[in-house]
Design a protein around this ligand. Structure first.
Ligand SMILES: [Zn+2]
Length: 130
C-alpha cells in the first residue's frame, strides 16, 4: 500500500487550496480591471500604440501595464498549479513524492500545493544525481 495522506488531511488541503484559488482569481480580476481604463485611454492596446506611448513619455503608463500583465500571467500560472493540485487530491497522488514514494511534509504541501517531489529528491535532482 503506497503512502498517502488521510482523507481528513486531504480535505484540509483541498479547503486551503480552494481558498488560495479564490484569492488568486480576485487578484487577477483586480489587475484586469486596472488594465481596462488604461488601455481605453490609449485607444486600444495594439503593439503599435504601446510602442508609441513608450517612446513618447518614457512610458510610465505602459511600464505599469507591462508589470500588471506580468503579475496577471504569474497569477494565472499559479491558479493552474492549484487546479493541478486539486486533481492530484482527486487521484490520490497528492503529497506523495513521485520518485521515492514518501509523503511530502504537510507544511511543504501547504506552501507548494503542486509539489510532486520531496525536498530530498528535488535536491538530488538539482545536483544531477537522479
Ligand atoms: Zn522523494
Amino acid at each position: 500500500m503506497a503512502n498517502q495522506y488521510s482523507k481528513t488531511k486531504l480535505q484540509k488541503f483541498k479547503k486551503a487550496i480552494e481558498q488560495k484559488m479564490g484569492s488568486v482569481s480576485n487578484e487577477v480580476d483586480t489587475i484586469k480591471e486596472g488594465l481596462g481604463p488604461a488601455s481605453n485611454k490609449q485607444g486600444g492596446v495594439t503593439p503599435d500604440s504601446i510602442y508609441s506611448v513608450h517612446m513618447a513619455d518614457a512610458g510610465t503608463d505602459s511600464h505599469e501595464q507591462e508589470k500588471n500583465f506580468m503579475l496577471m500571467n504569474r497569477g494565472s500560472d499559479y491558479y493552474k498549479n492549484l487546479e493541478i493540485a486539486l486533481e492530484r487530491i482527486a487521484e490520490g497522488t497528492f503529497g506523495v513524492c513521485k520518485i521515492c514514494d514518501d509523503l511530502i511534509p504537510e507544511e511543504r504541501m501547504m506552501e507548494v500545493p503542486n509539489a510532486t517531489k520531496c525536498v530530498g529528491c528535488k535536491e538530488k535532482e538539482k545536483l544531477g544525481l537522479t
